[in-house]
Design a protein around this ligand. Structure first.
Ligand code: NAD
Ligand code: UD1
Length: 336
């Protein structure tokens, strides 16, 4: 297939491009590199021995994006591009609405105009907000608690309205849980700017000596050890999930929504101890107060994806820690 991947230079996008290229698909990446570098795209080509096409374009710039659709004919689009930092979205909501929603609108308008009506969209477990119970099913109410999450939900609504108006669209909305890990080569991985917000990159930076200690945000949650519980999913499992979603689009399913998670929850302290075991490095930590907006427990019921996509996460917490550690050791300063 000829696939347009927006945000393909980013963390999840780069792993997905690699996996799709290994399966023989032709990939064209559009990314403005606002939160990434071109290096992973070069490395993907080294690993696979295949070429991909790259346009450094901002999705909100319609005139530039038109050129991509003029140059190439696509069978499907995977739409990763967007800003994703929850805290930042609270501080600069307009930047988030503008980038994520306007960028998506421009993309959908051009897809419509050029007759490309197959799309996989990166949504997030964040759309569920604080769930009433776990595991979380796709049918649960949605109520995102921050501007970032609301941009994801708005884009889901836009896609639903688009499908309601024109049944020729085939749309897979994927709600990811907590992506972690890296490609087993250690050549591509997650490369956060500045100090990481998320747990796994923070732990690995402590282990490699870039951060002194981890701050554990609260040990008084109603969980087995008091720390927050999440559904961590290996980024390669997630990447493969996109290939299964593309296959599903080939069956013309209309609009489908799936949780991509493992269905298992691990606490912060369990992640710390798994990482210490795998890396052989101590991860000193200090318990501090809860982070505003955090919830106690969040994990997926991934059975719908298993039933309808025939996809299931295969990699466990050890592979997640091993691959993160290999990437961190090989690239202590990220992509340079
Ligand atoms: P990322 O920041 O690494 O990748 C996003 C990419 O989009 C970056 O390369 C960035 O430069 C690009 N981009 C942003 N705005 C753009 C624009 N206007 N035009 C062109 N390119 C633009 O993030 P990621 O972790 O790979 O996440 C990918 C997608 O998955 C995002 O939509 C994110 O909201 C969603 N998601 C991520 C997580 C997570 O924890 N990583 C969880 C759930 C959902
Ligand atoms: C975050 C985002 C969420 C996004 C998800 C997927 C927030 C509030 N939410 O969720 O929108 O979909 O990532 O990547 O940012 N923790 C620490 N110390 C740290 C970092 C985290 O104790 O330095 C704890 C958190 O309190 C939480 C767990 O680790 O219990 C996971 O945190 P994180 O990796 O930031 O992911 P989420 O909060 O689940």
């Amino acid at each position: 297939m000829n696939i347009l991947v927006t945000g393909g230079a980013g963390y999840i996008g780069s792993h997905t491009c690699l996996s799709l290229m290994e399966e023989g698909h032709d990939i064209c990446v559009v990314d403005n590199l606002s939160n990434s570098k071109e290096t992973p795209l070069k490395r993907i080509q080294e690993i696979t021995g295949r070429r991909l096409q790259f346009y450094r374009i901002d999705l909100t710039q319609k005139a530039s994006l038109v050129q991509v659709f003029e140059d190439r004919r696509f069978d499907a689009v995977i739409h990763f591009a967007g800003l994703k930092a929850v805290g930042e979205s609270v501080l600069v909501p307009l930047a988030y609405y503008s980038n994520n929603i306007v960028g998506s609108l421009v993309l959908f308008e051009l897809m419509d105009a050029y007759g490309v009506k197959n799309i996989v969209f990166s949504s997030s477990a964040t759309v569920y907000g604080e769930p009433e119970k776990v595991p979380i099913k796709e049918s649960f109410p949605v109520c995102p608690a921050n501007p970032y999450g609301r941009t994801k939900l708005h884009i889901e609504h836009i896609l639903r309205d688009l499908f309601a108006a024109d049944r020729k669209w085939n749309i897979a909305i994927l709600r990811y849980f907590n992506p972690v890990g890296a490609h087993p080569s250690g050549m591509i991985g997650e490369d956060p700017n500045d100090i990481p917000n998320n747990l796994m990159p923070f732990i690995s930076q402590v282990a490699v000596g870039k951060q002194q200690e981890l701050f554990v945000y609260g040990n008084d949650y109603p969980t087995h050890d008091g720390t927050g519980v999440r559904d961590y999913i290996h980024v390669m499992d997630l990447a493969h999930g996109h290939a299964y979603a593309l296959n599903k689009l080939g069956e013309a399913p209309g609009l489908v929504t799936y949780n991509l998670g493992t269905g298992k929850g691990f606490s912060v302290l369990e992640m710390v101890s798994a990482f210490e075991k795998v890396s052989g490095k101590p991860v000193p930590y200090k318990i501090v107060s809860r982070r505003e907006g955090d919830i106690a427990t969040c994990y997926a019921d991934p059975s719908l994806a298993e039933k309808e996509l025939d996809w299931k996460a295969k990699l466990g917490i050890n592979e997640m820690c091993e691959d993160t550690w290999r990437w961190q050791k090989k690239n202590p300063d990220g992509y340079i």
